[in-house]
Design a binder for this molecule. Structure first.
Ligand code: TPP
Ligand code: MG
Length: 536
């Protein structure tokens, strides 16, 4: 059996049902090996898009999304998206074709040290070297991507390893269980953390992106309710200035004890300066540094089981009920009174909050909302209250929303998926609308078209003055016509009263749709407080 067949066999055995991919010489043996297997090739128009799709799949299902791209430029195209998956702690496996081993370092076609390129942005990167073990490598990569702190894993696939025949390995080692044993929370540490939380008047729990999803998040919420702390995932590149936190941003800066669960004290928390002076910070993570600056108590433990354990320990202690948790949540849900008029406004170009108002009922009915960076993205995050959202994440990279919507629709085909993004952001992967058409994945793209890169334009005004704006203009292009040319349903919306019928037609079209809304490019809302401003 060839290495390629063994690799595909291992993917199928692990339950992988699709590869997000773009073809190339070096991976055609893998394509061939999928014939007759229950694995679909979702073939994209750019390698980064393939990884963004795998990223969304990983975030929604908890299972690794798998992308397959060709060597050299194909792999290099995917690297930026790998960074997005790493910062979002999304389980992803990227496999890329690579030069035959005998040609390494001899100027082979599209030869570049792909493992070295991938290493800074993945949990692990290696090259498959033995066709007999190709299946084991795949199983290991999949397990590693999903375990501990999830993230991307990279595998190079040398052409000769894929194509050569090899007998089955004598005794294939059992698939390794990810990272092996992860550090567990000790009794003394558990008591110390609970004691600090018990003393707090305004405790706060912040998590990293992975702890903010699925079963991990359920554990966090149990702990939060036992200790009377608001719990929030930090997944926005604007940190505590995440527009979805609204006025709660200010309150969070008043917390007196902050428990960071799987959340580094990084730029998104202004390295600790986002908190009140004197606030005590507990850092609990797989790799918590013992002497981290600004940290009162540092605990090395796997945060997901630790959250369960802490909840159990804290439940044995009486704790006075305070209004703090409810106050933060109520403030988070409250939008400024002045927004009501903007949500109902009838002026053109359309205010971003008017677009939010038109989307609200779909989101309330359970549509999955995917939003990307830029000022329009921030407005959408501030102006809507989805049960579940996917945003670009701590990478602060724009452009992923459209391909992520495709990966999400593949994962949850029965659910409406709405991707709302700026016009600049749309341009990065607009051609993936073609991928959505070919694969019958009827996503709805809503473009807030202000004919500029407004986030940067706004920063220029703030930093250099209104008379020194330069290089951030776009055109009010007919992206709806572009979409229609690719086989999508297209809508142009110029006036507020056109919004609701256009969205209804788009969501009912039964094929991918693009609603091109000419908006008034407004600076994103800010609510004051700690955090990081101005990031995508
Ligand atoms: C990959 C990447 N390139 C560039 C940026 C810088 N950037 C952040 S927001 C933004 C403008 C986005 O424009 P658009 O999508 O039209 O949204 P708007 O701000 O106009 O609402 C840019 C260029 C980034 N964050 N990521
Ligand atoms: Mg724009």
């Amino acid at each position: 059996m060839t290495g390629a067949r063994r690799l595909v066999g291992a993917l199928a055995a692990a339950g992988v049902r699709q590869l997000f991919t773009l073809s190339g010489n070096q991976i055609l043996s893998v394509y061939d090996a999928t014939i007759g297997r229950d694995i679909e090739l979702i073939h994209t128009r750019h390698e980064a898009a393939a990884v963004h799709m795998a990223d969304a799949w990983g975030r929604l299902t908890g299972e690794p999304g798998v992308a397959l791209v060709t060597a050299g430029p194909g792999m290099l195209n995917a690297v930026s998206a790998l960074y997005g998956a790493r910062m979002a702690e999304a389980p992803v496996v990227l496999m890329a074709g690579a030069s035959p081993r005998a040609q390494r370092g001899r100027g082979a076609f599209q030869d570049v040290d792909q493992v070295a390129v991938a290493r800074p942005v993945v949990k692990a990167a290696w090259s498959i070297e033995d066709p007999a073990r190709a299946g084991d490598d795949v199983a290991r990569a999949l397990a590693l991507a999903a375990s501990g702190r999830p993230g991307p894993v990279y595998l190079s696939l040398p052409g000769d390893v894929l194509e050569s025949e090899a007998p089955d390995a004598d005794s294939a080692p059992p698939a390794a269980g990810g990272e092996g044993a992860l550090p567990a929370l000790g009794d003394r540490d558990a008591l110390a953390v609970v004691a600090l939380l018990a003393e707090a008047k305004r405790p706060l729990i912040l998590t990293g992106p992975a702890m903010g999803r699925g079963a991990r998040w359920a554990a966090v919420e149990r702990l939060a309710s036992v200790v009377g702390a608001p719990a929030l995932p930090i997944e926005s590149p604007r940190g505590l200035n995440d527009p979805w936190l609204r006025g709660a941003t200010r309150l969070l800066g008043e917390a007196d004890v902050v428990l960071l669960l799987g959340k580094p004290l990084d730029y998104s928390l202004r390295f600790g300066e986002a908190f009140a002076r004197g606030a005590r910070v507990i850092a609990l993570d797989l790799d918590a540094a013992a002497d981290a600056k600004g940290v009162t108590l540092s605990v090395t433990a796997d945060p997901a089981p630790a959250a369960e354990r802490l909840a159990a320990v804290a439940a044995t202690r009486a704790r006075p009920v305070t209004a703090w948790r409810d106050e933060v949540e109520a403030t988070r849900r409250t939008t400024p009174p002045a927004w009501e008029a903007l949500r109902r406004g009838d002026s053109a170009p359309i205010h971003p909050l008017r677009v939010c108002a038109a989307l609200a009922s779909y989101v309330a009915d359970g549509a999955l909302l995917i939003t990307d960076g830029g000022e329009f993205g921030q407005w959408v995050q501030a102006g809507l209250e989805p049960r579940e959202r996917i945003i670009n994440g701590l990478s602060g990279s724009i452009g992923s929303a459209l391909p992520m919507a495709i990966g999400a629709k593949r994962a949850q085909p029965g659910r409406p998926v709405i991707a709302a993004m700026g016009d600049g952001t749309f341009g990065f992967h607009a051609f993936e609308l073609d991928t959505a058409v070919r694969h019958g994945l009827p996503i709805v793209v809503v473009i807030g078209n202000d004919a500029r890169w407004n986030a940067e334009h706004t920063l220029q005004i703030r930093t250099y003055g209104a008379e020194r704006t330069v290089g951030c203009e776009l055109l009010p292009s007919r992206y709806d016509q572009l979409a229609a040319a690719l086989g999508c349903h297209g809508e142009l919306v110029e006036r507020p009263d056109e919004l609701a019928p256009a969205l209804a037609r788009a969501l009912g079209a039964g094929r991918p749709a693009c609603v091109n809304v000419l908006i008034d490019g407004q600076p994103a809302p800010t609510f004051g407080g700690g955090g990081t401003r101005g990031h995508a």
